[in-house]
Write a protein that binds this ligand. Structure first.
Ligand code: NAD
Length: 251
């Protein structure tokens, strides 16, 4: 399967066992890419690899925690050993204190939790990016796609640290685009709104002008475009995929 718009490209997608990352892995494979499905949940990662290979695509699961530079280094070396290059990096792994069941206003938040959130989102993005840069610069080719959030653009009550980390990722994206442009590397960011990645009782239509939550595949469509050469003249941009959520209050 290499005839698509990502034909023969090698892509690392972090946090690809579930949610948006899984949708990106499936979409990239359908577009012809070879996908490194990176996650801390190997059972989930293997399931995604199974889905991709059943559809005629190529993917391999890698066990790496994005906050651990040693594990990320081993994973990147393994991908390079096997496929000889990395064309695309999607820094999708991330999330807020809610993953620990500890969402709270900042005045009640504890330092261990806020360090965990910054580590997962910001340091995880920096660690994975740093690990792929040398070979991308050597080959003068690369597409890096980071994950922000509407929280990093507009703020979100009870998510102050997550908002800060995502805002930092958006700023990181812009500066990196400036530093890497001369090497033919595009760096962009996607900031989703309310995406239906897990069962929830929340009312996703609230505050969203399109009056519905987004599908992971709708975020993956943007990632596929940014990873392709069709987006060759786009760099340093933060794309909102949020159903209009950041436009302002509903009437
Ligand atoms: N879902 C939304 O509504 C939404 C909104 C805005 C931004 N985002 C961002 O989009 C990205 C994906 O979100 P999602 O909702 O699909 O998340 P998710 O929780 O559904 O999936 C995240 C995946 O990352 C993996 N993961 C967690 N910690 C990891 C680590 N340290 N190393 C490697 N893998 C790890 C998990 O095992 C899981 O497979 C995140 O960066 C998130 O902050 C999501």
């Amino acid at each position: 399967m290499d005839a698509g718009k990502l034909g023969a490209r090698v892509a690392i997608v972090t946090g690809a066992a579930h949610g948006i990352g899984r949708a990106i892995a499936l979409r990239f494979a359908a577009d012809g890419a070879i996908v490194a499905v990176v996650d801390i949940d190997m059972e989930g990662a293997q399931t995604v690899v199974g889905e991709i290979t059943a559809g005629g695509g190529e993917a391999v699961a890698y066990d790496a925690d994005v906050t651990d530079s040693e594990q990320v280094g081993v994973m990147v070396d393994a991908v390079l050993d096997r496929f000889e290059k990395i064309d695309i990096l999607v820094n999708n792994a991330g999330g807020g204190a809610g993953l620990l069941g500890k969402t709270a206003p900042f005045k009640d938040q504890t330092e261990d939790v806020w360090r965990w959130v910054v580590d997962l989102n910001l340091h995880g993005t920096m660690i994975c990016t740093h690990a792929v840069l040398e070979q991308m610069i050597e080959r003068r080719y690369g597409k890096i796609i980071n994950f922000g959030s509407i929280a990093g653009v507009s703020g979100l009550p009870n998510w102050a640290v997550y908002s800060a980390a995502k805002g930092a990722i958006i700023a990181f994206t812009k500066t990196l685009a400036m530093e890497l442009g001369e090497f033919g590397i595009n760096v962009n960011c996607i900031s989703p709104g309310a995406i239906l990645t897990r069962p929830t009782t929340r009312d996703w239509t609230r505050g969203t002008w399109l009056q519905r939550g987004g599908e992971p595949a709708e975020v993956a469509a943007m990632a596929s475009f940014l990873a392709s050469d069709e987006a060759g003249y786009i760099t340093g941009v933060n794309y909102l995929v949020d159903g209009g959520r950041t436009l302002g209050p509903l009437r």
